[in-house]
Design a protein around this ligand. Structure first.
Ligand SMILES: [Zn+2]
Length: 342
């Protein structure tokens, strides 16, 4: 099969478009013939590497993908060759206490497709059968692949962990990233009032088109927590979605008494100082999560299929041009998800 892979960490030049043996599905596994892969920030971090990451080389990146069942391994029931599927990249073992309790994203032997396991920048990929979800007739693979990881992550954070309720106020720190655009839509669907802090008029226009109620341009308003405070009638908001990290001090200031700070990542930096007085004096809860459960995945994908939630699509590149696609992602110029056509 054709695949994009690398043998060592590094810049864009370590990515090679080349031939690689088509894998064979083992017990409980399915071989998927991919039509589309979608990029995530994770792909860049896996390529550049971090202390302690252990990959089996050559490594194939890519968490998101959609296509059709090409073959099933021993013991797999309920799947036929040719069925169109989207992949849930969150790989739980299915056997540990966390998995059996329905919290497969807390699995004791947790893996993410494309992170430590060979991923979707390829013509074929192997995944456990439980990680497949059927595409309805006519629903495009590209939209499904682009939606999967980011909507899954945002749903778990806002709804399952954050317990967001209709009528609450939500601040999303960041206007255009995949998880943020998903969070804006999920919060609106839930019946919340949504504030968005963004870095440019373009990105805020995107947030507005998704239903955001209050737009704050941080290039104009450096101390955006003050603006949130004023706009919310000097109350602050119920929920802050902060996947930037270094913005936590401002997020604390933006939260109402009893507010929840939700986080699934740190695109701006992982280490920062916290003023504990905000946490206790405002009765704040900090709620972290990573990816989502099998139940979250089917719930959110059904809303995607029904058109109630929509992934924002940026450019589409042929698989062979994965380095150019990653370059665009690295530049931050994209508005929505970048995809690879396979
Ligand atoms: Zn497990």
């Amino acid at each position: 099969m054709k695949a994009v892979l690398f043998y060592k960490h590094g810049g864009l030049d370590v990515l090679q478009y080349t031939d690689f043996p088509t894998p064979e599905p083992g017990p409980g596994q399915v071989l998927v013939r991919l039509k589309v892969a979608a990029l995530n920030g994770l792909d860049l971090w896996v390529r550049t590497g971090w202390p302690g990451i252990k990959l089996e080389y050559p490594h194939i990146p890519g968490a998101d993908g959609a296509g059709e069942v090409a073959a099933v391994g021993p013991g797999v029931e309920g799947w036929q060759e040719g069925e169109r599927v989207v992949i849930n990249s969150n790989l739980g073992c299915g056997k540990c206490e966390a998995c059996l309790g329905g919290w497969d994203n807390r699995c004791w032997d947790w893996h993410l497709l494309g992170e430590t396991v060979r991923g979707t920048y390829a013509e074929f990929v192997i995944v456990p059968a439980r990680n497949l979800y059927r595409l309805p007739e006519g629903f495009p693979e590209r939209a499904a692949a682009a939606a999967a990881l980011v909507f899954h992550t945002a749903w778990h954070s806002l709804i399952t962990r954050g317990n967001l309720r209709p009528g609450e106020t939500v601040l999303v720190v960041g206007a255009s990233g995949g998880v943020n655009t998903a969070s804006i839509q999920i919060a609106k669907l839930c019946g919340a009032t949504v504030y968005v802090v963004g870095s440019s008029a373009d990105k805020l226009a995107l947030a507005e088109s998704l239903g955001a109620d209050y737009l704050i341009d941080r290039s104009q308003e450096e101390n955006w927590s003050k603006v949130v405070y004023k706009l919310s009638g000097r109350q602050g908001v119920d929920v802050v979605v902060d996947n930037v990290g270094i913005t936590f001090p401002m997020s604390f200031r933006s939260a109402k008494k009893g507010g929840r700070i939700l986080t699934v990542g740190n695109t701006g930096g992982a280490k920062f100082e916290i003023d504990n007085r905000f946490i206790f004096a405002r009765h704040l809860s900090i709620i972290g999560s990573s990816m989502g459960t099998l139940h979250d995945f089917s719930t959110v994908m059904d809303l995607i299929f029904a058109g109630r939630l929509k992934p924002i699509l940026d450019r589409d590149y042929p698989l062979a041009e994965a380095p150019a696609a990653q370059e665009r992602l690295e530049s931050g110029a994209q508005m929505g998800k970048i995809t690879l056509e396979i």
